[in-house]
Ligand binder design. Structure first.
Ligand code: FAD
Length: 411
């Protein structure tokens, strides 16, 4: 069994152009300024209050970052996935909630860019510059972490569709301008015969549920109920039951890369905060800083080594993704490597944030950035594909067992 199991024929309609000659370190310095000025100062408060970081998204939109992958005709920056991953990493190094909202938005909009009509791109992708944000809404309680299987079904009404369902988790629920949402349509043969819709966030009948969770508390990833929401045919994304193709060759690669970058950023942010605490905290009895204890320096060193594996890997996969897209090739062959990046980055973030609490003792345990990073990092392990599911795919692939991805009830 090879990774070609995850390939599907037919690339999307448009390709993201590679960006020749971009100075990535200058780009990083630019977005870091915005992060330090706008995003970092409110991260703890937004977490404590479960407050959606609208001002962060607006600042990113004004600077063009929300349209980072899209061409200038769509008011985008026309940059590539290397830059997108840097942006996600830098944002999440200060605030994982905003990082995840950002990644969901860019990859949902990327799905419209790749599979949408000109009219859809004009109305939804271009709106990013004016602050519109999108997200994915796929998961259902009935199928749990198998988010590519939906039991819900839209009904046809004349030329339009009526959607009545509940999604179990949707980042930016109640705040998104549009939801890239999967469900079945009449005539679907299997659970994975999905149809994608762009659901206008201001439609009548959208009811976001509460979000009260361990971490990423500002990103409102709660349930989303759609009560007889009417979606015009012009906002169906692709053909009926074209779901697998859209899933593979739409925004999924950008999503997986973005998730990897978010957890990479969280790990870097946590290590920086931990180091600062270790250097700045002095035991007056022996006049020694925490940083003067070898056992704590060992923890910092271990974290540093774990983190350093991520940046070149992230960069290389992003560049490969750009190359495939520039050549108009399907991106299926990169899905396994991107899943591996996501799994490892989430594990590194979980480990580094745990060491952060160890190094910082009782003060780190109290409300503040270090315990926030620790709580936020737990989301990386369960967000789809969960690390358990992903490792199962990777292991099956290694030993030559079928993934049984699309069988009803299979994983
Ligand atoms: C912070 C956050 C943000 C999210 N944002 C979105 C979003 O924007 N859009 C969206 O659609 N969804 C979103 N999700 C949902 C997410 O992608 C998963 O679908 C969801 O977390 C699954 O939860 P569950 O309890 O139903 O999983 P379950 O499937 O019940 O998982 C329970 C346990 O079983 C394991 N497991 C499940 N299936 C298998 C298998 N086949 N093999 C091995 N182990 C397995 C899981 O890894 C987990 O350990 C979000 C979730 C979180 C936590």
């Amino acid at each position: 069994m090879t990774t070609t199991q995850l390939q599907h024929p037919g690339a999307g309609r448009a390709q993201t152009p590679a960006t020749p000659g971009i100075d990535y370190e200058a780009f990083r310095a630019d977005i870091r300024r915005l992060v330090d000025d706008v995003i970092r100062p409110n991260a703890d408060r937004n977490d404590r209050e479960g407050r959606f970081p609208r001002e962060n998204l607006d600042a990113l939109a004004r600077a063009g970052y929300n349209g980072i992958l899209f061409p200038k005709e769509l008011d985008g920056l026309g940059l590539d996935h290397v830059a997108f991953a840097i942006a996600a990493e830098e944002i999440a190094s200060a605030d994982a909630s905003t990082g995840l909202i950002y990644v969901m938005h860019v990859s949902a909009a990327q799905t419209i860019f790749l599979f949408g009509t000109d009219d859809q791109r004009e109305r939804w992708v271009k709106a990013a510059r004016r602050g519109a944000i999108g997200t994915f809404s796929t998961s259902e309680k009935a199928t749990g972490g198998h988010f590519w299987h939906n039991v819900s079904q839209a009904q046809r009404r004349g030329d339009d569709y009526v959607i009545d369902l509940e999604k179990s988790f949707t980042t930016s629920a109640g705040h998104a301008s549009f939801y890239v949402l999967s469900t079945q349509t009449p005539g679907a043969q299997q659970r994975s015969d999905l149809t994608w819709f762009i659901v206008d966030g201001s439609s009548d009948g959208i009811r976001p549920g509460a979000w009260d969770a361990l971490g990423v508390r500002a990103n409102h990833s709660g349930p989303l109920r759609l009560e007889n929401v009417v979606v015009p045919q012009r906002d169906r994304l692709g053909r009926e039951s074209q779901g697998k193709e859209v899933l593979f060759d739409g925004g999924s690669p950008s999503y997986l890369l973005g998730l990897g970058a978010v957890w990479h950023g969280v790990a870097r942010g946590a290590l920086a905060a931990t180091t600062q605490y270790a250097v700045g905290t002095v035991h007056r009895d022996f006049d020694r800083r925490l940083a003067d204890y070898q056992i704590l320096r060992q923890e910092l060193g271990r974290s540093k080594v774990l983190i350093e594996s991520l940046r070149p890997w992230q960069h290389a996969l992003a560049a490969q993704l750009d190359a495939l897209q520039a050549q108009g090739k399907p991106q299926g062959e990169l899905l396994f490597p991107l899943i591996e990046l996501k799994v490892h980055a989430a594990e590194v973030a979980a480990e580094v944030t745990q060491k952060g609490l160890d190094v910082s003792g009782g003060y780190g345990y109290k409300r503040g950035a270090l315990e926030r990073y620790f709580r936020d990092a737990r989301a990386g392990l369960v967000m789809g594909p969960s690390n358990n599911i992903a490792r199962e795919w990777l292991g099956k692939n290694l030993v030559g067992l079928p993934l049984e991805l699309w069988e009803v009830g299979g994983e």
